[in-house]
Design a protein around this ligand. Structure first.
Ligand code: MN
Length: 332
């Protein structure tokens, strides 16, 4: 854990007007929730903030306040680079390495602006000037809540900020069920609800948003693609490009799929392998102390958290699967 003093955050914010907020490649809900909450907060304090994402994110987040102001680096490289080159300060949210930004990382690397990292992933690289970092936090949204309250007090948290934060905490904790959830998490949730946001509406906006294709893909994956590694508490899916295309796969359609095998009694490690044109994209999940961050870093060009990590492979889907089913045994 590294949390710099609010005195130092205030000093740097006092000097800053144009502020970039950057989050990771394929932004998830915590990434967008934390970025847009911080955006709303900075607007309220009279700054000129700008959220910049490396690429697109699922459209079930389109309702989030401030969503229409986000710059997607892939669609608007010039505008994004210009803002980063000219800004006074950059917030880096929900990631621990520029590698998680792909090409957008080069722009941050070039920028002389000071950087404030707010994140809960393991061992951040050394790029930030100031840190608000805690791996024990349930989500980056939880840390952004603390950060905002530490700067300006609870009163500044309005329904717009609260809706963004609630959504990120909700998804990063698997709807409040992961071991990262504490009484403190629920205290924050209580504070957020007091702003008048409606949790039932947020749950519905995020979870009741499947297309017909997506739910059929889920059914197909569960029925025909789920495998268990013989003799080990490990279950996984592989989905080829062709199979994904059959269900008109769109970004985000396999979000959450990796967790389904945990519903089987005894399963401790889950994985999902999605084949794309260029590579195989991998998600790893585990229960307890089994370290998927290390596993992903060591063998699959990735990383993340102990219980949730990502990776990729340039080998074929079959080769990647074989490599996984052998190596995963070393975890037990
Ligand atoms: Mn997160």
């Amino acid at each position: 854990m590294q949390k710099d003093s609010f005195r130092s955050f205030k000093a740097i914010l006092r000097k800053s007007e144009k502020i970039a907020i950057v989050t990771h490649w394929s932004p998830d809900v915590d990434a967008m929730g934390s970025s847009l909450a911080l955006y709303q907060f900075l607007l309220k304090t009279g700054k000129k903030p700008q959220v910049i994402v490396p690429n697109g994110y699922p459209d079930f987040l389109d309702w989030m306040p401030g969503n229409n102001k986000v710059i997607n680096f892939q669609d608007n490289e010039k505008k994004a680079s210009k803002f980063i080159a000219e800004c006074d300060l950059i917030f880096t949210l929900d990631f621990n390495s520029y590698k998680r930004l792909e090409k957008l990382g080069e722009e941050l690397d070039k920028s002389p602006a000071p950087k404030i990292l707010i994140d809960h992933h393991q061992e951040p690289d050394n790029f930030a000037t100031l840190h608000y970092h805690d791996v024990k936090a349930s989500s980056t949204c939880e840390l952004v809540y603390e950060f905002i309250v530490g700067l300006e007090g609870k009163k500044i948290v309005d329904a717009k900020i609260a809706a963004c934060l609630y959504t990120g905490i909700m998804t990063d904790t698997g709807s409040f069920r992961y071991p990262s959830v504490t009484d403190y998490t629920h205290e924050i949730l209580g504070e957020l609800l007091r702003t008048g946001i409606k949790p039932s509406e947020i749950h519905s906006a995020v979870y009741d948003s499947y297309s017909l294709d997506r739910i059929k893909l889920l059914g197909f994956a569960l029925n025909e693609k789920l495998k268990v590694v013989e003799g080990y508490p490990v279950a996984y899916f592989t989905l080829s490009e062709k199979e994904l295309a059959r269900f008109n796969y769109r970004k985000g359609d396999t979000e959450g799929l990796v967790n389904y095998p945990f519903s089987i009694k005894g399963i401790k490690v889950c994985a999902l392998f999605n084949e794309t044109e260029e590579q195989v994209k991998i998600s790893f999940r585990s229960k307890g102390k089994i370290d998927m961050n290390k596993f992903a870093r060591k063998y699959f060009n990735g990383g993340g958290h102990i219980n949730a990590a990502g990776g990729r492979s340039l080998e074929s889907l079959k080769e990647t699967e074989n490599k996984f089913t052998e190596l995963v045994k070393t975890l037990f």
